[in-house]
Design a protein around this ligand. Structure first.
Ligand code: NAD
Ligand code: TYD
Length: 341
């Protein structure tokens, strides 16, 4: 199968492409990515020369380019993905996450091809107790979550109206290698390694369900190959953690691994004004994917967190370039404008 993966230069997309190329040599992958601030081709350096992989720099909203490509299926990761940025300016979120998804749905419709849309548990909103299932109502609270919920509704509508082979996955918070250092876990690690303050929003007791990106990638692989048209799957790690607990675990690990004084690192924790509309707790029930597709999360959280710290320690050049802004010039210096093959 010729698979068009969109947003493959980002965190989850790049891990997914590496997973698919290793596990499914029968497929070829074209990675279409606009290379926004979050897209980084360094994430895929180790696979860029494989004959089964190609990259195209393009916007998912650009129907002309998408129509010129040949593919049998789409997996859509492309999105503006950071809640804080959506609070500052929601426009790119509506453009990419909503209009972009509609553009891909039109491309899939023309070819009668299947599309898997990668979504988030944030579409359900916050829940004080219990768990969201796939049947729970969509109640997004941030502009990011609202844009993802809108795209989910479009996918549903295209399936219902045109009978298209469309599926949706809704995953909880991912962590692992190549995550952009604006998100909590890489932000804490990179800040601690630079001796910078670590901002904790509100009281730090907000809860997220954390899952290793590799477990998410295996789940998407399964849903892509085995789900029925119209299916929605929650993907979660059955691993609820308070932000402040994760931050303290990370700092303790960094202290031990680097020989830095633990109290000095803990002194970087800085409670700041809460994020507006900050969801208190995300919790999803992944029973459906466990029972119908036989998936389960495999990565133990403490082990996964420790390996993630090791990765950021070993790949300081990767995140230092991002933090310095140097990476923005990387593509033009390496490849020139509008490269692709
Ligand atoms: P990311 O921000 O790291 O990567 C997004 C990628 O999309 C980047 O490579 C970027 O260049 C690309 N992109 C953005 N706008 C584009 C456009 N208009 N056209 C083409 N490419 C564009 O995000 P991520 O964390 O890897 O998330 C990937 C997907 O998974 C998103 O759809 C997100 O909503 C979803 N998701 C993320 C998480 C998480 O914890 N990170 C959890 C559940 C779901
Ligand atoms: P984030 O990684 O932005 O993911 P999301 O908001 O999509 O769940 O944030 C995870 C949690 O960490 C969330 O409750 C907000 C909190 N947070 C902080 O306390 N400080 C920070 O600097 C960041 C980026 C997040």
């Amino acid at each position: 199968m010729r698979i068009l993966v969109t947003g493959g230069a980002g965190f989850i997309g790049s891990n997914f492409i590496r997973h698919m190329l290793a596990m499914h040599p029968e497929h070829t992958i074209t990675n279409l990515d606009k290379l926004t601030y979050a897209g980084n081709l360094e994430n895929l350096k180790d696979v860029e020369d494989l004959p089964s992989y190609a990259f195209i720099k393009a916007d998912i909203c650009n129907n002309t380019i998408i129509d010129s490509l040949e593919f049998d299926a789409i997996i859509n990761f492309a999105a503006e993905s950071h809640v804080d940025r959506s609070i500052l300016d929601s426009s790119p979120f509506l453009q990419t996450n909503v209009i972009g998804t509609q553009s891909l749905l039109e491309a899939a419709k023309k070819r009668s091809c299947r599309m898997l849309h990668v979504s988030t548990d944030e579409v359900y909103g916050s829940i004080d107790w219990g768990f969201f299932t796939e049947e729970s109502p969509i109640m997004p609270n941030s502009p990011y979550a609202a844009s993802k919920a809108s795209s989910d509704l479009l996918v549903r509508a295209y399936h219902e109206t045109f009978g298209m082979d469309l599926t949706i996955t809704r995953c909880s918070n991912n962590y692992g290698p190549y995550q952009f250092p604006e998100k909590l876990i890489p932000l804490v690690i990179s800040s601690a390694l630079q001796g910078r303050q670590i901002p904790v929003y509100g009281d730090g007791r907000n809860v997220r369900d954390w899952i290793h990106v590799n477990d998410h990638c295996r789940a998407i692989d399964l849903v892509f190959h085995r789900a029925r048209a119209g299916d929605i799957y929650n993907i979660g790690g059955r691993n609820e953690q308070m932000n402040i607990d994760i931050i303290k675990s990370l700092l303790a690990m960094i202290a031990e691994k680097t020989g830095t004084d633990k109290e000095t690192l803990f002194g970087l924790i800085t409670f700041v004004k809460d994020r507006p509309g900050h969801d208190r707790r995300y919790a999803i029930d992944p029973t459906k994917i466990e029972t119908t597709l036989g998936w389960e999360h495999e990565t133990d959280f403490d082990k996964g967190l420790s390996e993630t710290v090791d990765w950021y320690l070993a790949n300081r050049a990767w995140w230092s370039r991002i933090i310095s802004g140097e990476y923005l010039n990387y593509y033009t210096s390496q490849y020139g404008e509008g490269f692709g093959r």
